[in-house]
Design a binder for this molecule. Structure first.
Ligand code: GRF
Length: 184
């Protein structure tokens, strides 16, 4: 089975969802990495006995030096594919030249790149909204889109919109990952 790493910075609901859907069935989540020592998602790694690495970005002088360490850890765990699920870091070519990675983003890219996309996409004038899974390159949320899921947001308040986004993410990410695992 392919060895996958999940990287996250916060709640980790997508990380948990991958543990529940694909881990030990279609891939091995061989490690999880967070840059946030307080991330709620840390509990999910403990629950599933997944090796967890807390790699705080704060002591690093540059993005490149952080990414050098990140890649070192990923190589040590023999990771073949990274899944960025709420990992709030812009990655440099140090990472992208050495690691295959996909990212989940709560908007229909190329619309609403960057942080706070969920809120901005809700407030935007478009009728449709949705989520994207894309390849990671060194541009912010700019790599090639692999798959998107959309829905009409016109009748939704923010709370129900957010729930629909989460539900879509929990459906799309395992689906895309499963497809990719068959090809790499
Ligand atoms: C998701 O909305 C994802 O699209 C974005 O960060 C969020 C992570 O959510 N990149 P969670 O921590 O997996 O619940």
């Amino acid at each position: 089975m392919k060895r996958v790493a999940v990287l996250f910075s916060g709640v980790g609901s997508n990380f948990l969802n991958l543990l529940e859907t694909l881990h030990t069935k279609e891939c091995t989540i061989a490690c999880a990495i967070t840059n946030n020592p307080e991330a709620e998602g840390i509990a999910h790694a403990k629950c599933y006995s997944i090796p967890l690495i807390i790699l705080n970005h704060k002591p690093f002088a540059s993005r490149k030096s952080y990414d050098t360490q990140l890649v070192k850890v990923l190589h040590a765990f023999e990771i073949e594919l990274c899944v960025l699920a709420g990992f709030m870091r812009i990655l440099t070519s140090v990472f992208t030249s050495q690691m295959k990675a996909i990212n989940l983003h709560p908007s229909l890219l190329p619309l609403y790149k960057g942080s706070n996309a969920l809120q901005r996409s809700f407030e935007g004038p478009e009728k449709e909204c949705g989520i994207s899974v894309h390849w990671v390159d060194e541009t912010l949320d700019g790599g090639a889109v692999i798959m998107q899921q959309k829905f009409d947001k016109t009748a939704l308040d923010f709370e129900s919109y957010e729930k629909k986004i989460k539900a879509a993410e929990h459906e799309l990410l395992p689906k895309v990952l499963s497809d990719i695992l068959k090809k790499i």
